[in-house]
Design a protein around this ligand. Structure first.
Ligand SMILES: *[C@@H]1O[C@H](CO)[C@@H](O)[C@H](O)[C@H]1NC(C)=O
Ligand SMILES: *[C@@H]1O[C@H](CO)[C@@H](O)[C@H](O)[C@H]1NC(C)=O
Length: 773
């Protein structure tokens, strides 16, 4: 407890001076004209208001609104609006919509998403989203935001370990990513955790990106602007699309961003099939669709997909895109209209979608200060509560990968122990610890500072020259430092120069001389050393895993503004680690697989190994869901409502796959009601056999009893966190829906449930389920 007080003291409330200017909004009641405009009347239905507004706009005014920097329309009292703001893991200033240059100069910087994902805690993700939404409103109310539309979350599947933006995502699993999307969006937009509270009003607007099959930035000269992702209908249906469908349907997201890349030949933003037929018609999406920045221009200029700029403009509007991030439409929309390539109805549809969002945000109904969200003041930004949440997320996300022979936690009997903190990330700057898309943090604690709270005289040595690239190293000096102390923590890994937007990795090794440094220091140290990895994507650390001079390994992602504290609390036993890996850690020879190959499923005939824990059978350094704790946990299936599932309500289909007959039902034919009525309740008993309280995510998987091609090897079907005292046990309940969880896509992209035996899995415990169709 004493420790916690110490830390509470360093998280201080940023005090902001009272704001004076008003945030930008339309329909100022002090202007008599506003009162007469139906579009200004919040009591009317939104479609009626947008219709009224559109009827008052000239063609030029209409066209001017189709880009992210939408100018004002002074004669109607409509201010400028900036569609582009970022809030990936805290309100950021990467987009032009947010300014930290006045009374509010920072915002809470939560851990990079990949680390928060490792908590496997939906409620935590919701709370983070909510905190970000509240801070966003506060910043808007202080007149430091020119918009409230945020282009997060990034919910592309982390398909390949080299992807530079994998760090921004919740990982490689569609269910995990879907749950993250839903929780974040509900939180940010001001909905309740269980949804359906919103009734149209938005605290802030979230945007599911990048739709779809976007997960390559720049790999060996193949870049995202020119990449054509060849994706099978099967992989699209059960890997790439589910997070977007959940984000829209359960999350109620009000925005979607179409991606740079082509999908099966068609640029995402020009794909009517994706944007209109799938998202709007099938998923009933009611928000706006933006392009990624510059994505319209490249359709003609780089991809050569259309013959003229006007045709590119026409294609995206026809496909269903509503607003461009960029200025290609400013330059070419008018001539596209004059050439009759774009119809007025498409422009009006886009404007209806755009103004609807601004109205739902409360920006067209008088001064939004007088509305509920208008009460959110600057004291909510960087509040103690939000900063503590950032610490909690880092602490619960950090993954303990190795602890032998129970080296950790270190004794807290400071000052009697001596400690060296060595490595290129040991004293890393905010740029490294926050990860990309971060804004200015409220507060910043380095890894070294975190350790110095426990061991005042902890010594530091960077080991490498020039950061994690480590092309040269001061190994002998580092070894001398290490020899003199009781304990050594090596803080290694990557940073944004190694993995980021527009930069994929080409190998999975630790860069430069890092491994040499690790091995030399470990060899020379009195006791086994502790290795801490800061990175988003995985690295192959097999040699450290098997090196008995390395006693502990922890993965800390990019842990955010208080990550230094979180890590030290774990290493000194003030927190029991419970994070679990949200991605597979592959051995380094995995890079023989071309990053451009989008296939999820393995193809044994050509040696293609497949991707992610669901389809990749080869050796792993650490697998998806792996993570140790200072406690041992045991599990037992207590009850499963039924062991046999009779799916006799719709017709049975047959197919032959790899000369085996497969009997199955189509999920679409079973219907929603039947699907719900077949839900299984699964109860698992979990016990903490350790001596410390622990927050433990319980992961429920299923696997087919007999491996068949086309089926995942195993698949996550649920996860729940429990907090258990030393020795305590608890029951954890899961609802398993056969249609959602025991299904997979067939080659035509339809979701099916196959006949056969399946096995529910929690760690080493199994429970069989028979499906009879
Ligand atoms: C902050 O930046 C915005 C955009 O550049 C500018 O309009 C505004 O005046 C600035 N505010 C202050 C207080 O400097
Ligand atoms: C489905 O099969 C179960 C078990 O044999 C049976 O009890 C049930 O009545 C059947 N339902 C239909 C609609 O045939």
């Amino acid at each position: 407890m004493g420790i916690r007080f110490t830390f509470a003291a360093i998280i201080f409330l940023t005090l902001h001076t009272a704001h004076s200017s008003n945030p930008p909004f339309a329909c100022d009641w002090s202007n008599p004209a506003s009162k007469s405009y139906p579009f200004c009347n919040p009591k009317l239905p939104i479609p009626q208001r947008t219709k009224d507004l559109l009827s008052r706009l000239t063609l030029q005014e209409k066209l001017s609104q189709l880009v992210n920097t939408a100018p004002s329309i002074p004669r109607l009292g409509i201010p400028a609006y900036q569609w582009w703001s970022e809030a990936l893991h805290g309100v950021g200033n990467v987009g032009p919509g947010i300014h930290f240059n006045a009374s509010i100069s920072s915002a809470t910087s939560f851990p990079q998403v990949i680390l928060s994902a490792a908590t496997f805690d939906s409620l935590l993700w919701y709370r983070i989203g909510r905190a970000i939404g509240i801070e966003a409103r506060a910043i808007y109310n202080a007149a430091q935001a020119q918009g409230l539309t945020f282009w997060a979350p990034n919910i592309n599947i982390f398909r390949d370990p080299r992807w530079g933006r994998g760090q921004e995502t919740p990982g490689e699993d569609p269910l995990l990513t879907s749950r993250y999307a839903v929780s974040y969006v509900r939180g940010l937009q001001g909905d309740s955790f269980h949804g359906r509270k919103l009734r149209g009003h938005l605290q802030a607007s979230a945007c599911c990106k990048h739709f779809t099959a976007y997960d390559l930035d720049n790999w060996k000269g193949v870049d995202r602007f020119l990449f054509d992702a060849r994706v099978s209908l099967q992989d699209l249906a059960d890997t790439y699309q589910p997070p977007f469908q959940s984000c829209v349907q359960q999350g109620g997201a009000s925005g979607i961003m179409c991606a740079y890349n082509r999908v099966n030949g068609v640029p995402s933003c020009a794909d009517f099939n994706l944007l209109t037929k799938t998202v709007r018609k099938k998923w009933h999406f009611r928000g706006y669709i933006t392009s990624d920045c510059g994505a319209v221009g490249i359709i003609h200029d780089q991809q050569g997909f259309t013959k003229s700029a006007e045709e590119a403009v026409a294609d995206v509007l026809r496909a269903g895109m509503d607003v461009e991030c960029g200025s290609y439409l400013t330059d070419h929309a008018e001539s596209a209209v004059l050439q009759k390539k774009v119809s007025m109805s498409e422009i009006d549809r886009a404007l209806h979608n755009l103004f609807s969002i601004r109205m739902r945000l409360g920006l067209f109904g008088g001064n939004p200060r007088s509305l509920p969200f208008g009460m959110i003041g600057p004291n909510h930004v960087c509040s103690k509560e939000h900063q503590y949440l950032a610490l909690e997320a880092a602490r619960n996300g950090i993954v303990l990968l190795k602890n032998s022979p129970t080296l950790l936690p270190l004794p807290k009997t400071s000052p009697s122990i001596s400690l060296a903190v060595i490595g290129p990330n040991a004293n890393a700057s905010p740029l490294t610890l926050l990860g990309n898309y971060a804004g200015p943090p409220c507060k910043f604690v380095t890894i070294l500072q975190g350790f110095q709270h426990y061991v005042k005289n902890a010594v530091y040595h960077p080991g490498c020259d020039g950061g994690p690239k480590c092309s040269s190293a001061k190994i002998e000096q580092a070894v001398e430092v290490a020899k003199k102390v009781d304990y050594v923590v090596l803080v290694m890994g990557l940073d944004q120069s190694e993995e980021r937007e527009e930069r994929d990795r080409i190998h999975l090794d630790l860069p430069g001389k890092q491994l040499e440094l690790i091995n030399s220091v470990a060899e020379a140290s009195k006791k086994p050393v502790i290795l801490v990895l800061l990175c988003g994507g995985p690295v192959d650390i097999s040699s450290a895993k098997y090196n008995h001079k390395i006693g502990g390994i922890l993965w800390a992602g990019y842990p955010g503004e208080l990550g230094g504290i979180a890590l030290a609390q774990i290493i000194f036993g003030d927190h029991n680690p419970g994070g679990r890996l949200p991605v597979t850690w592959y051995p380094k020879d995995y890079i023989k697989v071309p990053m451009t190959d989008m296939r999820m499923r393995a193809d044994p005939s050509t040696g293609y190994p497949g991707r992610t824990y669901r389809f990749y059978k080869g050796p792993k350094v650490y697998e998806f869901g792996y993570g140790l704790s200072y406690s041992k946990y045991s599990y037992e299936f207590v009850s499963v409502t039924h062991d046999k599932l009779h799916l006799n309500q719709s017709s049975t289909h047959f197919t032959v796959e790899n000369s085996e007959t497969v009997r199955y039902k189509l999920v679409s034919e079973l219907g929603e009601q039947t699907c719900q009525s077949m839900s299984l309740s699964v109860t698992v008993r979990v016990q903490n056999h350790g001596s410390m309280v622990g927050k433990h995510p319980v992961l429920l998987f299923m696997r087919p009893k007999i491996q068949k091609s086309g089926n995942p090897l195993k698949q996550l079907v649920g996860f729940q966190s429990v907090v258990l005292d030393a020795g305590e046990m608890a029951h954890v309940g899961f609802a398993v829906s056969p249609c959602e969880h025991l299904s997979r896509a067939n080659e035509a992209g339809a979701m099916i449930i196959e006949e056969g035996s399946q096995v529910l899995l929690v760690d080493d415990q199994e429970h069989p389920i028979d499906i009879i169709v």
